[in-house]
Ligand binder design. Structure first.
Ligand code: ATR
Length: 276
């Protein structure tokens, strides 16, 4: 019997998930399908009823449903609750379980592309305090890495500090970016800055120590102004596409029973769609 999975969103046409999972299904010769389904917010409850009927093994959830599905799932794990978003659903015995794999995507990307990145790391500088930052904070805390979090809006940083602090956690605003950057062995942009030619105007990558790793969740463009500046300064960089690819691994394994590999072939296929 064909095992079926999906990604729901609204709109959904631009999701790269069907390409990622479709590539793995073909590569591993699995009798499975992965389809993009446009589900309007008002149709979510009906879609969950359809899920409980057992038609699908599970699927992904994307914008704008990542928070709304909390109330519809039969169970949600603590991790997704801490992150505040569900991006992966697994259906078992007529029950829908919600989880979040973004933090594993972050860790998987760095583990694969920056060997030993977390060993002896004294501090990570996290730029931004939105949904993506929350997943990355869970990831960093799972490796016991002290965090300096800077956000444009101080109040949002305060909110995260009350949830993720106080141990190994300090906060500030982007005005302090150069002072904080000088203390960090890892810099992570979790904001949308870097898209559409935007950049952190006051950030001088010259303050970063040799050996600092710089990574970005933005992958359009792949080489954001931040990554370009860091690389020009001789620093190690990891782009954001790997996080997208690696967050897909646990879902595929849960639905189709094989832990898939993020290969150069998969990356090239997805990268080819980024220019358009
Ligand atoms: P996501 O869920 O994708 O992380 P989000 O919750 O809207 O998106 O969070 C966006 C993050 O990017 C926030 O930290 C936001 O800062 P504010 O809290 O001050 O809004 C940050 N951000 C967005 N545009 C920015 C910009 N031009 N400069 C600096 N930070 C920006």
């Amino acid at each position: 019997m064909t095992i079926k999975a999906f990604v729901i969103g609204h709109p959904i046409a631009h999701s790269r998930s069907p390409l990622i999972h479709g590539t793995w299904l073909a590569e591993y010769g699995i009798d499975g399908s992965y389809e993009a389904i446009d589900v309007a917010p008002t149709d979510l409850p009906a879609f969950f009823e359809r899920l409980r009927s057992g038609e699908f093994a599970g699927g992904n959830v994307t914008i704008p449903h990542k928070e709304a599905v909390f109330a519809l799932c039969d169970s949600v794990d603590d991790l997704a609750r801490t992150i505040g978003a569900v991006n992966t659903l697994v259906v078992k015995d007529g029950k829908v379980h919600g989880t979040n794999t973004d933090y594993l995507g972050f860790l998987g990307n760095l583990d694969a592309n920056a060997l030993g990145w977390s060993e002896g790391l004294d501090a990570a500088l996290v730029l931004g305090a939105g949904g993506a930052a929350r997943a990355i904070l869970v990831a960093l805390q799972s490796r016991n890495i002290p965090v300096i979090l800077l956000n444009r809006t101080r109040a949002t940083a305060d909110r995260l500090a009350s949830e993720f602090g106080p141990d190994g956690f300090s906060i500030g605003t982007l005005d302090e970016i150069n002072e904080a950057a000088a203390l960090a062995g890892l810099v992570i942009n979790t904001t949308s800055v870097g898209m559409h030619g935007t950049r952190f105007e006051q950030f001088d990558v010259g303050v970063l120590r040799a050996g600092t790793l710089v990574t970005d969740i933005v992958y359009t463009p792949l080489q954001t102004p931040l990554l370009e500046a860091a690389a020009a300064h001789g620093l190690r960089t990891v782009d954001g596409l790997g996080m997208l690819l690696h967050q897909a691994v646990p879902g595929f394994e849960a639905w189709f029973g094989i832990r898939p590999e993020v290969t150069p072939h998969l990356r090239a296929r997805v990268e080819a769609t980024l220019e358009s």
